[in-house]
Design a protein around this ligand. Structure first.
Ligand SMILES: [Ca+2]
Ligand SMILES: [Ca+2]
Ligand SMILES: [Ca+2]
Length: 149
């Protein structure tokens, strides 16, 4: 099982917004969103991190819904190895601890944006087709993206 899938399942089991990292992985749990698992060097996926917000993407903006955008189709437990691909302010800067707003372009999966890697720290819930402003402790602090059905 991919590490990312384990994290993903952990979210579903925990059912809480914070403290996700301690959840134990389990095999064969339905609803684990397939994908590269956020592993370093994972193969590129069409539509993922192409600088455009497509259906199924979770988009993070460098600014408040402006400037460069980073679009994630899958779980990514560490945004420290990703840069904003979209044009505009912030392009090619690291995504980790560097975003001010987000929108979930998926129609069924809920995204969790967490202040630490691999779901650690505090997480904000971004429901399907919902936008969030990352303010307070979340401002320029998101470091991982998890999903749950
Ligand atoms: Ca995209
Ligand atoms: Ca990453
Ligand atoms: Ca952080």
């Amino acid at each position: 099982m991919r590490p990312g899938a384990m994290i993903r399942i952990g979210v579903a089991l925990a059912g809480v917004v914070a403290g996700l990292a301690a959840a134990a992985p389990a095999a064969g749990v339905p609803g684990a969103r397939p994908g590269p698992g956020g592993a370093a060097g994972a193969a590129a996926v069409a539509g993922d991190l192409d600088g455009r917000c497509d259906p199924g993407d979770l988009c993070l903006w460098h600014g408040v819904f402006e400037g460069s955008v980073a679009d994630f189709s899958y779980i990514d437990g560490d945004l420290n190895d990703n840069v904003f691909p979209g044009p505009g302010a912030g392009q090619n800067t690291f995504v980790a601890n560097n975003s001010e707003s987000a929108h979930n372009y998926d129609s069924s999966w809920t995204a969790f944006l967490c202040t630490g890697t691999n779901g650690r720290g505090t997480c904000v819930v971004v429901r399907p087709n919902q936008s969030v402003l990352l303010t307070g402790d979340m401002l320029d602090n998101v470091e991982s993206i998890l999903w749950s059905i």
